[in-house]
Design a protein around this ligand. Sequence first.
Ligand code: AGP
Length: 616
Amino acid sequence: MCGIVGYIGEEEATPVLVNALKKLEYRGYDSAGIAILGPGNEAGAGHSLVVRKAKGALKNLEQRIATEIIRGTSGIGHTRWATHGEPSDVNSHPHTNVSGKIAVVHNGIIENHAKLKEMLRESGVTFKSQTDTEVVAHLVDYFYKGDLFEAVRATLDRIEGAYALAFVCENEPERIIAVRKDAPLVIGAGKGENLIASDVTPLLEYTRDVYYLNDGEIAVLYRDRVEFFDREARPIEKKTSRVEWDVSAAEKGGYEHFMLKEIHEQPKALADTLRARIKTYATKTINLEEIGFDASWAQASRVVISACGTAWHAGVVGKYALERFARIPVDVDVASEFRYRDPIYDPKDIFIIISQSGETADTLAAMRMAKKSGARIIAITNVVGSTLAREADLVMYTWAGPEIAVASTKAFTTQLMCVYLIALKFGHLRKVIDDAELAKNIEALEGLPALAERLLAQKEDIQRFAARQFHKTKAFFMGRLFDYAVSLESALKLKEIAYTHSEAFAAGELKHGPIALVDESTLVVAICTQTALFDKMDSNIKEVKARGATVLVITWEDEKYFDSAADEVFRIPRTLDPLSPMLSVIPSQLYAYYCSVMRGNDPDKPRNLAKSVTVE
Ligand code: AGP
């Protein structure tokens, strides 16, 4: 998704902005650009505004800047993920008004851009690009009477949609103006310099002190201060928050790709996410004070989970876990469906909204709808200060650290850890599981980081298997119960980064249609960790084998059940059957990663995808 950066200070802005844009590459983009305000750029005298942009990778922009040097100590930059108009130089941001004195960068969608375009055309504006964003530059110009702040405010009254916007104006080189509504924007408070960015990662090199902008707020950045206002131009007092992430956590640390690094960080991420919630009194117990867990939870008659993509898959695991451990009905739905399907609410419901970024547009919309129902809203997110974290009633953080690769890995397993903790605690409260059962499960959860470490030590087995299979164009993942949920996530990983057509099936569903697709060219990955259903899985494996498929079974390390039926068996360390997803997904993450690399793809930045989907 688009990324925004801005800088005002004493340094040359161009390298700062390009460096910051590099940190946002992971969000996905197809072009990039910057606008710099500097003394004497091109115009010769006074301050002038110069824009450079280029389709494709950031290095194209860097090459352009290397030959067409621009100087200046303030500016804005952008990585674009095309929504309106193809990826091209002209559609790249920043966009400017007709005279080229005002520039804007935008993340989001201006929903009423067509109507505004018509109005601006009638007033004599000729549009250069096919984007929705260009209307914003012209609209600010339309309202500009010598005060950028007032022109931006007037523009905000006219535009509809989601946006994080940053503006610079040649006549007012001393400031940058930034606003947000339903799209992320963070402000870095430096010493003699201030910055903006779509998330904190580009800011860490300069400062750890950040301001989080709320919807509808306007920030005015000067070199030595940042001022905040509401839409009516009333000043707002804001305090900085300290970001505890280490810069190195957002770097590759010797791994070839962020994704491989993040897969390997799972033991630590699981341990960090768990440690904060286990307390020892007389015996070990789960402490969920952060989400207001107390006896009042017993009033709930239903849990509703909503999320997108991988986070939704964590929700599917959550449904199985909550039903198993807490015997409470659970509805789980993708947020894009939930928000439009007129769901039935009960104020006694507990909503769990899951999102790594905390900025996914559909997920936020689902959360806001649910909030209106009066139900309790629990957010599970990885990003402190994200919109979801700020708007939900209560937050449970996944302590995964920054996840940079587009394909989610450690965020998923830590989301699982959170839903299991809720399920077990809830089950204990509802007296579905007793003290001994709770203790047994806590002990098993505590053992998982070491088991994940041991599993990762066998990664070459998956790499060798991938070397034999990566050319396959069709892969099916199948399983039952928790293994079905993991199949969904496994198929998504392979689609996202290897671009292999992969599907997930509840194994029992195969014979109701999908088996017609199985032939010698099909790879079937059968995830088999639910011991009570081994016989059923065995029959399903035989059915696909009989149609010529190659079968990889993922099962427990000491399990021989599938040795004769499978072409290959990958063994994972043993834990309790219901807790298997936190381990059984790891081979699929590795398989997708190796297939992606072997196919010559960039697993960190897969085509057409964005890390954080802040538009519908
Ligand atoms: C995961 O690999 C995907 N990139 C994607 O499905 C992601 O999980 C989804 O967009 C939701 O993102 P969120 O967790 O940040 O809300």
